[in-house]
Design a protein around this ligand. Structure first.
Ligand SMILES: [Zn+2]
Length: 385
């Protein structure tokens, strides 16, 4: 501050030789500031500064290969729409795997059909609609198109695959569609069974083919059982893939995002989300365990925010029943827990599986040719035209 006194005091200051010196210093400071900003670019937006004070910023290199693994259609957009766009903007490639078609949302299907006990066919057509919405959302996020694969595993039935239905001889059965294998024509491999070993191998197969440098998936701490399970399967598959590569191969960076947590995101329980919170950062909840992991946040630009909102709007089956919840994720930041190699290597012990046989069994399964080769044909690449 250069003066705080009265007008007369200001006059005195401005007319003194000391004042001239201060003025010269001020002008030099301004010129230096302009020079620094022109060389190093503008300062981070306010939101980024806020979030990065608590978490590190997320760096994205040119040509990254990002694999997003989502339990249900819409999770990839809720948790990683900004990340997806940023990777594409940096000349990278994105592939999304949606593990289920979201065909187990009983209340939504009851509401849309008007039936108290909808038939399996109603759940299947609901899943089909959600796959179509996921295609439209992917197109909204990137004009270049994003490859989207659907595995078609049982919505609401992923957690038992880690224990009771690990082996394909004892597959799980979808509580809503009644199926024990992916029923959708669009599914990546309809020969997979609803078994933990098959899901693990299916994800590893995608990794072997896509060779991601970044993998984003739902946090194993997520409160939704399917999300929790997908987080663990993603880590298992990454570990298997890395074991199948040469020892010096680089691990992909592993980013876990959160969707379901008690009373989070803030305002998500309100009838409508106030407009002003869009510009605020969305930090991870304070009571989410740190697990010795770093956290990294991405600060979204206005264009990225706009596309995230547009992509979520494509999920009409979901906005019809929980629009405020979806909107509460359209915020200035996306934050992730950065998983470590050790996190991935610990999962087998965590779920009680013998560690020694894991890579061999999964590699054998993953090397099988895909039953549905058409899923890998150009037609599977959603190209927004
Ligand atoms: Zn979900």
């Amino acid at each position: 501050m250069f003066y705080t006194g009265t007008t007369s005091g200001r006059d005195r200051l401005s007319s003194s030789p000391r004042c001239d010196l201060v003025r010269v210093k001020f002008i030099v400071f301004c010129l230096l500031s302009i020079l620094v900003i022109s060389i190093f670019g503008p300062l981070e937006p306010h939101a980024s500064a806020l979030s990065n004070a608590a978490h590190g910023s997320l760096t994205i290199n040119r040509g990254e290969r990002l694999l997003v693994i989502a339990p249900h259609p819409d999770d990839e957009t809720l948790g990683a729409a900004g990340l997806v766009q940023r990777v594409v903007a940096h000349g990278g490639t994105v592939r999304t795997v949606v593990v289920t078609a979201g065909d187990g949302f009983v209340e939504a299907v009851r509401q849309s059909t008007g039936q108290l006990a909808p038939r399996p066919s109603a759940f299947l057509s609901y899943g089909q609609r959600r796959i179509g919405e996921a295609n439209a959302a992917a197109a909204a996020l990137s004009p270049r198109g994003i490859r989207l694969d659907v595995l078609g595993f049982p919505d609401g039935g992923l957690l038992p695959l880690l224990s009771a239905h690990w082996d394909r001889l004892h597959p799980g059965r979808s509580p809503t569609t009644g199926r024990t294998a992916p029923p959708y024509r669009r599914a990546l491999d309809r020969n997979l069974a609803y078994a933990g070993a098959d899901l693990r191998a299916g994800l590893m197969h995608v990794m072997r083919q896509f060779r991601p440098t970044m993998v984003a998936f739902t946090d194993p701490e997520d409160a939704h059982p399917d999300h929790h399970a997908v987080g663990l399967f993603a880590l298992l598959a990454t570990d298997d893939w890395m074991q199948s590569r040469r020892e010096s191969a680089s691990w992909p960076r592993m980013f876990a995002f959160l969707v379901h947590w008690k009373q989070w995101p803030p305002d998500s329980g309100e009838p409508s989300v106030p407009d002003h919170i869009v510009d605020e950062p969305l930090d991870l909840p304070a009571d989410l365990p740190l697990r010795d992991q770093e956290r990294a946040c991405l600060s979204l630009t206005d264009q990225e925010l706009g596309r995230k909102q547009k992509a979520l709007g494509e999920y009409r089956t979901q906005t019809a029943v929980m629009a405020p919840f979806l909107s509460s994720f359209v915020r200035r930041t996306e934050c992730f827990s950065v998983n470590t190699r050790q996190n991935a290597q610990d999962v087998d012990a965590q779920i009680g599986r013998p560690v020694g046989h894991r890579a061999r069994a999964a590699t054998l399964l993953a090397r099988r040719p895909l039953a549905h080769a058409g899923a890998l044909a150009p037609s599977a690449l959603h190209d927004a035209r």
